[in-house]
Write a protein that binds this ligand. Structure first.
Ligand code: MG
Length: 342
């Protein structure tokens, strides 16, 4: 039985509170939400959707503290731009503009800063979303680690689109856009110096274009979410609990590259628990699901899209049919801190 989060055994913030698993969820639900509670925040989707002058505006923010700041397939700047674009896209929104707040540690080489800012500019230009406002702060050596970036974003939700983690319904198909665990493995293997995983690169990518194509194929998509911190396991559990449904998935349908799978085995980590930065999960009404998958496969970021499971009536749990034919409950990662993965 877990005690209250503010008990005497853990009077301070732990790294695990930032890992995207059970401890993160408890921090938000038991300490943050009781104070900050309101109708917009209580939805707990990737972006809030506000009514503004007749339009529906999606609004989101995210902070990036990834270590190392440069990694195979990307860097902290690219990640900060893509991550916020993706949180807007997961509300079905077309991104309009981003903000960027930089927190710099004294001693950060200016060449590193320039490389990161150039990468942010390139990512924003490629996605067609301007960085419209920003802020820069510098703190003393040791008061931060090299560079932290906060990005916020606004987007417009098209008429007729109503996507939320609360909208999953029994009968929906669960669609996954591509192979999982690549970002998490790229970060962890760089930290651990595992050369055998060198073919794993972060999948960091902007998914708004893919989402726009998916909504054109099926405007009634119920839910979208990018399985970042906490991985596919945390995301599916969030959707099950927000929509009060059971989600059944099939392990043989979930793509994991050979390199990522062997890295996970050696690191003793479940690929379902590892962060992705260019992958999405969709809950789609069955009649539109095949059209959505076909559309996704025609897009560069959805070539390996497939249906990996079904939404059922029942307790909010996630059940996976394993490769050997058994069934297991997919739990939210806990007690396994993977700090500073994004
Ligand atoms: Mg997200």
């Amino acid at each position: 039985m877990e005690g209250p989060i503010l008990d005497k055994r853990s009077p301070a913030v732990l790294l695990d509170h930032g890992s995207g698993g059970r401890a993160s969820r408890r921090l938000v639900e038991e300490l943050l939400l009781p104070h900050l509670k309101n109708d917009l925040l209580d939805r707990m989707d990737d972006a809030a959707v506000l009514q503004a002058g007749g339009a529906r505006l999606a609004f989101t923010t995210d902070s990036y503290v990834v270590d190392p700041i440069f990694f195979p397939g990307g860097d902290i700047g690219m990640l900060a731009v893509h991550g916020t674009i993706n949180d807007l896209a997961m509300a079905g929104a077309r991104p309009v503009a981003l903000s960027a707040g930089l927190i710099l540690e004294e001693g950060l080489p200016l060449a590193d800063l320039e490389r990161i800012v150039a990468s942010m500019a390139k990512a924003a230009a490629n996605a067609g979303v301007p960085i419209a406002t920003g802020d820069t702060k510098v703190v003393a050596r040791g008061a931060a680690d090299k560079i932290f970036i906060n990005t916020a974003g606004i987007g417009l939700v098209p008429d007729g689109v109503d996507v939320s983690g609360h909208h999953g319904r029994a009968g929906d198909c669960v669609i996954l856009s591509g192979p999982i665990a690549e970002h998490g493995v790229a970060i962890l293997s760089t930290r651990a110096g595992l050369s055998f995983a060198s073919s794993c690169r972060s999948d960091s990518a902007p998914l708004a274009g893919l989402v726009a194509d998916m909504l054109a194929a099926c405007p009634s998509i119920h839910s979208l979410r990018d399985p970042t911190r906490g991985g596919l396991a945390a995301t599916l559990n969030e959707l099950a609990s927000q929509s009060h449904v059971r989600i059944d998935i099939d392990e043989t349908a979930i793509p994991v590259s050979e390199a990522a799978a062997s890295a996970c085995e050696i690191l003793g980590i479940d690929p379902l628990h590892l962060a992705n930065e260019g992958v999405l999960v969709a809950l789609v009404p069955e009649p539109g699901a095949v059209a959505v998958v076909d559309t996704m496969r025609a897009h560069p970021y959805g070539r390996q899209a497939r249906i990996i499971g079904r939404v059922l009536e029942g307790e909010p749990i996630v059940v996976m049919k394993t490769v050997i034919g058994g069934k297991r409950i997919v739990s939210v990662p806990s007690g396994q801190p993977l700090p500073r993965i994004c």
